[in-house]
Write a protein that binds this ligand. Structure first.
Ligand SMILES: [Zn+2]
Length: 487
């Protein structure tokens, strides 16, 4: 088959109705498709590993490279205890394998300092004074948190804060890794919206999976025992820290502190179970009594409440080579480039070796340039380096795809009574097309809904149920008329 014959508009097997649909769809949404494609391509080129892993998880392409991944999708840790066990296992594994770790603390405060019980004239003066004072205070607090790091292979037990938490201390424990992406423009949301705010596509959101689990442990506000996890400073330490900066203006009297919304956020790669980061976050309401200097004596003693937040982050870098994509679909006789990032000890000479499992399908050169040949199929591209007798490698599976040419529907018109269902069957051709995935949608879900081809009549009216191929965006509609019951 020549290249031209594969172009959709050259197709001779379309019925008049299908062609009408195609043209109508193309006219209406040509721009949308173009935008969708542009965004899709950007994500493909720039999206990196997360996208690659998503593709691996969601597509039904031949021989997915990570068959075992499904288990982690269907069995994410759910209860607080399961989540805590999962996190502790990831921490123990990291301590044994010794990735590089970096830590830093970000400190912030709310500009709206509350001066308790002041009249408006004094308040104005104090607010002015606070504006002078707070940047110094904040800088000193920020500087008191050193940024630390270890190198690959160094133990970090001392550096990493221990996580000592039991389910009873938690208000909530969540595990997030599912999101929804508009099939038409690529917009991401936490839930499937009826209408995409970006491109106005209806019911086009599709379930996706992130590469990492994000666990959030939200602590109960009224249990002081949880704060051992957050390495709080004693009032004496705070006083010592603030002394110099307050000296110009005031003396710190009382110092009290209440924690609010204390939480720990942990990110773990869902596939490799490698720890990516741990963040200890807390909001603090600090109550301070300040006795002002003689220069400001007219202001007297004041009690202030400052809202602060502290976030201490531990980030983990694992020795290895990471490719910009873990999976890529290409056409025949096409070129592309893979970028590789090497995470290895500083200054270590680590020349990368690139190879392809099948040069006829896709060849790779010393810089990661890919070139597909004249055959359909898949090839695994590997970039590797050796260090201290161990080999580290990153892989990307290149699929040279058999493109989708069209989609057919078992019914083009349906007439149903409310509550009735009917299965629509979509057939993607050619039969060996690499990506057989389709998405379904309804233009009016108050008339009829569709899920995986199962149409359910909801209420009287008329709507279009559509199916769209993931490859090529071929779309067909079925007109569904829902009668009033008993007609
Ligand atoms: Zn959209």
């Amino acid at each position: 088959m020549s290249k031209e014959q594969k172009q959709p508009h050259e197709h001779h097997h379309l019925t008049a109705e299908e062609l009408g649909d195609r043209l109508e769809h193309n006219q209406k949404s040509g721009n949308r498709i173009f935008n969708g494609l542009a965004i899709f391509l950007c994500i493909i080129f720039l999206g990196g590993m997360a996208w690659g892993a998503n593709d691996i998880l969601n597509s039904s392409r031949p021989s997915p490279p990570e068959a075992a991944v499904d288990d982690t999708i269907t069995n994410p840790p759910q209860s607080a205890q399961e989540i805590l066990d999962y996190i502790q296992a990831a921490i123990a594994d990291a301590k044994a394998q010794k990735p590089r770790i970096e830590t830093n603390t970000a400190f912030d405060y709310d500009d709206n300092v509350d001066f308790v019980g002041l009249d408006s004239a004094a308040l104005k003066d104090w607010q002015g004074l606070a504006k002078l004072m707070m940047p110094d205070v904040t800088a000193r607090l920020q500087d008191s948190y050193p940024s630390l790091e270890t190198q690959f292979g160094e133990a970090f037990d001392e550096l990493l804060w221990a996580l000592r938490v039991v389910p009873a201390q938690l208000e909530d424990a969540t595990c997030e890794f599912v999101y929804f992406r508009c099939n038409s423009c690529g917009k991401e949301e936490g839930e499937p919206l009826a209408v995409c705010p970006e491109c106005r596509a209806k019911n086009a959101y599709q379930k996706q999976y992130r590469e990492n689990y994000t666990f959030t442990l939200l602590f109960k506000d009224d249990d002081p025992s949880v704060f051992a996890n957050f390495h709080p400073r004693s009032p004496e330490e705070m006083r010592a820290l603030l002394k110099d900066d307050l000296r110009g203006y005031a003396t710190l009297g009382r110092f009290e502190r209440n924690y609010d919304h204390a939480r720990v956020v942990v990110s773990v790669n869902r596939v490799t179970k490698k720890l990516q980061s741990i963040r200890f976050l807390k909001d603090i309401a600090a109550t301070l009594t300040l006795d002002v200097n003689p220069d400001f004596a007219n202001l007297g003693t004041v009690t202030v409440v400052v809202n602060m937040s502290e976030s201490t982050n531990f980030n983990f870098t694992w020795l290895g080579v990471y490719l910009s994509l873990n999976e890529k679909t290409m056409d025949k006789n096409e070129t592309a480039q893979l970028a590789a990032r090497i995470d290895a000890p500083n200054g270590q000479k680590t020349p990368l070796i690139w190879r392809s499992s099948n040069e006829k399908i896709c060849a790779v050169d010393v810089d990661g340039y890919l070139e597909t040949g004249g055959e359909y199929g898949e090839a695994t591209i590997t970039a590797s380096f050796g260090l201290n007798g161990k080999v580290y490698e990153g892989t990307c599976v290149v699929y040279v795809k058999v493109p989708v040419e069209k989609v057919k529907l078992s019914h083009r018109r349906l007439r149903l009574a409310p509550g009735e269902t009917q299965v629509l069957k979509a057939t993607v051709t050619p039969k060996n097309a690499t990506n057989q995935n389709v998405t379904w949608g309804s233009d009016a879900t108050d008339v009829a809904t569709v899920a995986d081809g199962l149409v359910r009549a909801v209420g009287p009216g008329k709507t279009n149920i559509w199916v769209c191929t993931e490859d090529g965006y071929y779309k067909l509609t079925c007109t569904v008329t829902v009668t009033r019951g008993g007609e």
